[in-house]
Design a protein around this ligand. Sequence first.
Ligand code: SF4
Length: 279
Amino acid sequence: MADSTGKQTSLEAKSPFELRVNLGNDVPETDVRTALAQGDMGFMHSFTTGSAVDGPGVRVVGWTSGCMWRCQYCHNPDTWTMRNGIPVSAPQAIQELSKYRHGLKTMSGGVTISGGEPLMQRRFTIKVLTGAKAMGIHTAIETNGFLGAELSDADLDNIDLVLLGLKAWGERHRALTGRDNAPTLELARRLAARRLPVWVRFVLVPGLTDDADEIAQIADFAAGLGNVERVDVLPFHQMGRFKWQALGIRYPLEHAEPPSNEAVERACGMFRARGLLTH
Ligand code: SF4
C-alpha cells in the first residue's frame, strides 16, 4: 500500500507508534460501506509481533483503524479515522496470521485484535478471529466495549479472551472519552454471564483517573463480575504525543506526567484488596 508520497507501507509494523495516515483514502465510499456491512475487507493500522502484554503468551496484534471515542490520553489518535488504515481483505489478514501459527502455539500465545476500536469493524474482526480460531490460534479482542451489543453469541464463541477498557467512572468517563460507559458495563456483565475470561485495562493518569473513590468503584465492579482474570494498571505515558502534534489535534494532556511507581502500586493495591490479580 502506497501513502500520499508514493512510499510503500507494509502491513507489518515495528510498533503501533508508527504514525499512519490516509492509507485507505483511495477506497471508494461504496466499497467502504460494503466492507463494513460484510466484513470482507477491513482497515488496519498494522500487525505487530512479539507482544507479551496483550493477552497470554507471545502475541501477534492486529491494530484496526477507526474509533468512536476520543480519550484524552489516546496514544494512537491516527487510528481514530478508519481510512487512515490499510485496506486489507479478511483472507489476507488470516493469511498474515497463518505465518505465525506454529510459533504462537509454541509460545502459548495467540492473536489479539486491538485498535482503534475493533468493533467499529465488527464483521471484519470476527471473520479474522474465526479464521484464527480455525487454525487453532488463541483469540483475543481489546475493546472499549461501546459496541458490545452488536456482538452476537456466535461472535463471542470465536473469542477466547476480552481485554476490556474500564477507563473511568460516572461523569469522569464522559469527560475522559466523550461517551457514556453504560454499554461497556453492559458488555462486561454479559461476558460475566457467559464466563468468558476478561482482562480489565485501566490507564492511570495523575489528576485525571487517580481519584481513589473512582478507582474503588471500578474495582468493586470488576471484582463483582467473577470472570476477571487480571487487571492491567497501565501507567500513562507520552509515547503518542508526537501523533497528536503531527495530526494537528489539540492534545489536552500535552503536559501530563506519568504516575509515580507509588501511585501505580496504590491503584494496584485497590484492585488486589478486592481479590483481583494485577499486573
Ligand atoms: S478507545 Fe482506545 S483508540 Fe479509542 S480513543 Fe480511547 S484509547 Fe484511543
